[in-house]
Design a binder for this molecule. Structure first.
Ligand SMILES: NC(=O)c1ccc[n+]([C@@H]2O[C@H](COP(=O)([O-])OP(=O)(O)OC[C@H]3O[C@@H](n4cnc5c(N)ncnc54)[C@H](OP(=O)(O)O)[C@@H]3O)[C@@H](O)[C@H]2O)c1
Length: 250
């Protein structure tokens, strides 16, 4: 993708991988719309010369306000994400809102130019290897965005009732949210059809606030794995899950 004069939205761009992706895109000549959720984050983005917009990803009203005021996009990088501590239904709901519902809402709500690339920043933690057979089967069977979102609701109910482990879900809201994001990516690729390329990418384990100091990858390596999703050819893959441009297990 020639990024010169392309308009690309990057969420969670005030720090970490989102910031590195936004900087690289701008250096390549893209018009970058960068989101943050706090006044400090927005001020910092503006000071750095970005077109900064507010987004609290957990809030449907904030998501709608963002998409209502966007120009048509050539690229969308759904990067904002959380890995919250603990495990209960409240944190599970919030994790899904940020890591699943927000990326889906932005991909569906934004006006995408023909040939646009949508990149869902997922994680190897969303691979289904750690899921029991029933949960795995239900994720594989979720073929539309609606069925993925309904499955997310069903999982929250199971967490509330305490039956989630029995049904084969791991006790990691982060893993469940990223597995569901991968399933939603596959469904969105079908929904959007040939007009867009929609792929989930894993940046690898990267030294950020989320990844921690022990992670083997630096920001540039992680950002490159994300940016690959914007370089997919117009007839290239869509609906897949990749790290460093290579397909990975889902
Ligand atoms: N680092 C890794 O090893 C790794 C590995 C696999 C996948 N990932 C994925 O890569 C993406 C970026 O991770 P990172 O390591 O750069 O994390 P990070 O350093 O913790 O940064 C997260 C970004 O997301 C934003 N964010 C969090 N909650 C938000 C919300 N409710 N609304 C709007 N923005 C919100 C943060 O904004 P605030 O500053 O306001 O909190 C920040 O800009 C995430 O999707 C993560 O799951 C990371």
């Amino acid at each position: 993708m020639n990024l010169l004069d392309q308009t690309v939205l990057v969420t969670g761009a005030n720090r970490g991988l989102g910031r590195a992706v936004a900087q690289t895109l701008r250096a390549a000549g893209a018009r970058v719309i960068a989101t943050a959720r706090t006044a400090e984050g927005l001020a910092e983005l503006r000071d750095a010369g970005f077109d900064a917009r507010p987004l609290e990803a957990a809030d449907a009203i904030s998501r709608a306000a963002l998409v209502a005021d966007l120009p048509p996009l050539d690229g969308l990088v759904n990067n904002a994400g959380v890995a919250l501590k603990g495990f209960d239904v409240g944190m599970a709901r919030r994790t899904l809102a940020v890591n699943l519902r927000a990326p889906v809402a932005l991909a569906r709500g934004a006006t995408l130019r023909p040939g646009a690339r949508v990149v869902m920043v997922s994680s190897g933690m969303g691979e289904l290897a750690g899921f029991g057979p029933e949960a795995r089967q239900r994720i594989h069977a979720a073929g539309t965005v609606e069925t993925v979102l309904a499955l997310a609701d069903a999982w929250l109910q199971a967490v509330e009732r305490g039956t989630d482990l029995q049904l084969g879900w791991p006790r990691s809201a982060y893993s469940v949210s990223k597995a569901m994001l991968n399933a939603a990516t596959r469904a969105l690729a079908r929904e959007l059809g040939p007009a867009a390329r929609v792929n989930a990418v894993c940046p690898g384990w990267v030294r950020t606030d989320m990844g921690g100091a022990a992670a083997p990858r630096d920001l540039a390596e992680g950002a490159a794995s994300i940016l690959w999703g914007l370089s997919v050819a117009p007839d290239g893959p869509t609906g897949g899950f990749f790290r460093d441009g290579a397909p990975i297990a889902f």
